[in-house]
Design a protein around this ligand. Structure first.
Ligand code: AMP
Ligand code: MG
Length: 410
């Protein structure tokens, strides 16, 4: 059986980064597909003109010619008002006069300093600078081209698009943005005992919950779900349906049907569909029977065991880093400080559910939350993620740092 680290290495080397695609910036405003704004840039964003494109006024007040001030002038007759969004006015008689200016307007021609209304007394269209006001050339002016020149790379390829990056893209008029695509992901539940949510199960049946957990986990991290399917533990149905899903998806995440039970058919069916098994079983708890393979087109198939806790652990520990890498990104590793000692004898990596809080020093503290079995998903509610305790040890002291996988943080 392979270790968690080996499993990660094998998955990582099976990942192919998705092809690029173009997104139109308008889709951000109009469609609600989770994560549509959250992509990795495949081409840089370039300044189409200097930034800012003009000498931009940054305070409401007046603009003057600085040399007039230097020569002792303190009273300026107001001769016009420069509004934002209008071409530059011209200060004609610079020694004596000034122009009122609004934040975001272009600096009027012939002016080279701005004074704030707060520093002025204005009466009968004459602005007088209050005593003690410091005045400098180009004060309250954001100079043209001071942030970047036309043609400069503003955002490098490989950057993950967030609010600031979208603002830059919009400001340089980049309507179509080339990004790394995201995988088409199929979620597949298996099990004869699994019924739809609206069903009234008999006592030997349960309502399926795994696909909801997975869809929520994916949505929270910006990955849309392309399809959801439920398969009975039936060789023929599994074969037919999975064959179709393999044709139309880049990633298939299944739950259940990969353990040692008589009706755990998935490994056999997948092998039959020419999905090459990379490994089966990882020395971890929960989630040991995890099956992973690669299809003929490079599709990744993650066969998670059916227990709801194993499903979430498997997703965060193994699937999510792959989805992120396929989409051009990097999985953010986090550490948290164990807030209570843990003893765990088996030679398995333990993924321990925890609640986290921020310590005084800014380091996350993870408090283990007890649960009964890997099927005890109800007690997962209220936890923030799992802390990963390595298989090489049996006791883990309070205060030690370990990898932490958050249910929600990116
Ligand atoms: P399996 O891995 O198929 O042996 O399933 C392990 C356990 O997980 C069984 O108790 C199943 O009933 C349960 N299980 C499997 N699939 C789901 C699902 N979609 N939702 C909730 N529980 C499930
Ligand atoms: Mg099953």
């Amino acid at each position: 059986m392979i270790s968690v680290g080996e499993a990660r290495g094998l998955i990582d080397s099976s990942v192919q980064v998705m092809a690029t695609k173009k997104i139109n910036i308008s889709t951000l405003m109009t469609n609600g597909i989770p994560g549509d704004h959250d992509h990795v840039l495949a081409e840089p964003i370039i300044a189409d003109r200097p930034l800012p494109p003009m000498d931009r006024v940054t305070m409401d007040g007046i603009a003057i010619l600085y040399s007039a001030y230097e020569n002792g002038q303190r009273r300026f007759k107001i001769t016009g008002c420069q509004r934002a969004g209008e071409p530059a006015l011209t200060l004609k008689n610079g020694g004596q006069e000034c122009v009122e200016v609004m934040t975001g307007s272009i600096l009027p021609t012939g002016c080279n300093a701005v004074l704030r209304y707060e520093d002025l007394d204005i009466k009968d269209s004459v602005a007088t600078i209050k005593d003690g006001t410091p005045v400098e050339q180009y004060m309250y002016v954001h100079r043209k081209g001071s942030d970047s020149a036309a043609g400069d790379v503003l955002i490098k390829a490989g950057t993950r698009l967030g609010p600031a990056e979208w603002a830059v893209a919009a400001s340089v008029g980049q309507e179509n943005i080339t990004v790394v695509g995201k995988p088409r992901v199929a979620l597949v539940a298996t099990g004869d005992e699994i019924l739809p949510v609206e069903a009234m199960p008999r006592d030997f049946e349960i309502r399926g919950s795994n696909l909801y957990a997975l869809a929520a986990a994916m949505g929270q991290r910006g990955f849309p779900v392309s399809s959801t399917t439920h398969l009975r533990d039936d060789l023929t149905q599994m074969h037919d349906k999975l064959s179709g899903l393999l044709n139309s998806h880049d990633v298939i995440i299944t739950t259940g049907g990969v353990s040692k039970g008589k009706f755990d058919h998935l490994p056999e069916v997948l092998t039959d569909l020419r999905v090459t098994k990379i490994f089966h079983e990882v020395s971890q708890r929960p989630g040991k029977p995890f099956w992973f393979g690669v299809g003929e087109r490079g599709q990744l198939v993650f066969g998670l065991p059916g227990n709801p806790v194993s499903v979430l652990v498997g997703f965060y520990a193994h699937v999510l880093p792959a989805l992120i890498k396929m989409s051009g990104g990097t999985y953010q590793k986090r550490l948290a400080r164990l807030a209570a000692p843990v003893t765990f004898k088996p030679e398995l990596t333990l993924f321990q559910p925890v609640t986290v809080s921020m310590g005084d020093d800014g380091v996350m503290c993870a408090l283990p939350k007890s649960h009964n079995t890997s099927g005890d998903y109800v007690r997962l509610s209220g936890t923030d993620g799992v802390i990963e305790l390595p298989a090489t040890r049996q006791s883990f002291a309070e205060g030690e740092l370990f990898p932490f996988h958050s249910w929600s943080l990116n």
